[in-house]
Design a protein around this ligand. Structure first.
Ligand SMILES: [Zn+2]
Length: 268
């Protein structure tokens, strides 16, 4: 019985790999993207009711988050359309929200373009360009489908490769927790897994390109990551526990810079 189970699991892993249109890398994708987007809508709306959301018509920081989000979303939609890769952003219904919580240094993007920035991040970004670099990075995780990859791995490891709708019906709490963890969202830092090095590298590479396409200077990424490292200290912020900042990251960011700058035209 056990043998058959493992055999099935191997078949699942072999057939569950899909070529990613953004990165050109084959990745594990056992969950339908439309199911994940649907789940994201529910989780995002619940999250927003449980946290203090700042309104962009009365708060300058929220207006800035909105402005950056709209610029990046429009620039990448135009780009992937022009490349004949409309499917990259199919089903996206962008939403950008700013959460008033100065203790949380974090930002994330759920499937379908559901973005959150916490006010705790703003003293580290310090300016609109650096925040655009961070939002570009989080959006890159989303459209490179890193969350699906992580969630698929978690479903295999923890739920034996159960289909998402069955898992949601039979183990709703566990499945929702896996979802939040897969997207780097959580109130407890200890429960969160860092993104893999490969996923981080891809998010840095495409995040720089996306912020450049939106008219934000990608070179701002270097001082930003240096400031983020320094913000570490004894109790690292959530963002650092999911996005370790080290020499390797900075070295790769510098390597990606010439490519990103090809897409950059200053707004000034
Ligand atoms: Zn990341």
């Amino acid at each position: 019985m056990k043998k058959i189970y493992y055999l099935l699991l191997i078949v699942l892993l072999l057939t569950g790999c899909v070529l990613n249109l953004v990165t050109g890398r084959k990745q594990l994708s056992l969950i339908n993207d439309s199911e994940l987007r649907l789940m994201a809508v529910g989780q995002y709306n619940t999250f927003l009711t449980e946290n203090k959301v700042l309104r962009s018509n009365s708060n300058r920081d929220a207006a800035m988050v909105d402005r950056i989000g709209a610029r990046i979303a429009s620039a990448i939609t135009k780009y992937y359309d022009s490349e004949g890769k409309e499917s990259v952003l199919a089903g996206y219904a962008w939403e950008f929200n700013t959460i008033d919580d100065k203790k949380v240094i974090n930002a994330w993007c759920m499937p379908g373009g559901k973005v959150v920035v916490y006010t705790g991040l703003l003293p580290v970004t310090q300016n609109e360009t650096a925040l655009a670099v961070v939002m570009g990075h989080e959006i890159a995780h989303s459209i490179a489908k890193h969350g699906n990859e992580r969630m698929s791995q978690a479903m295999v490891q923890q739920l034996g490769g159960m289909a998402l709708e069955i898992a949601l019906a039979q183990k709703p709490k566990e499945t929702q927790d896996l979802f939040m963890m897969s997207y780097g969202i959580g109130s407890e830092v200890g429960a969160m897994l860092p993104w893999s090095r490969q996923q981080e590298t891809e998010a840095d590479q495409y995040g720089l390109i996306f912020s450049a396409m939106a008219g934000y200077d990608p070179r701002e990424a270097i001082p930003f990551w240096q400031r983020m490292s320094a913000a570490g200290g004894t109790k690292p912020p959530e963002f650092l526990s999911t996005h370790p900042s080290d020499e390797t990251r900075l070295r790769k960011i510098k390597q990606f810079m010439p490519e990103a700058l090809k897409y950059y035209t200053s707004r000034n």
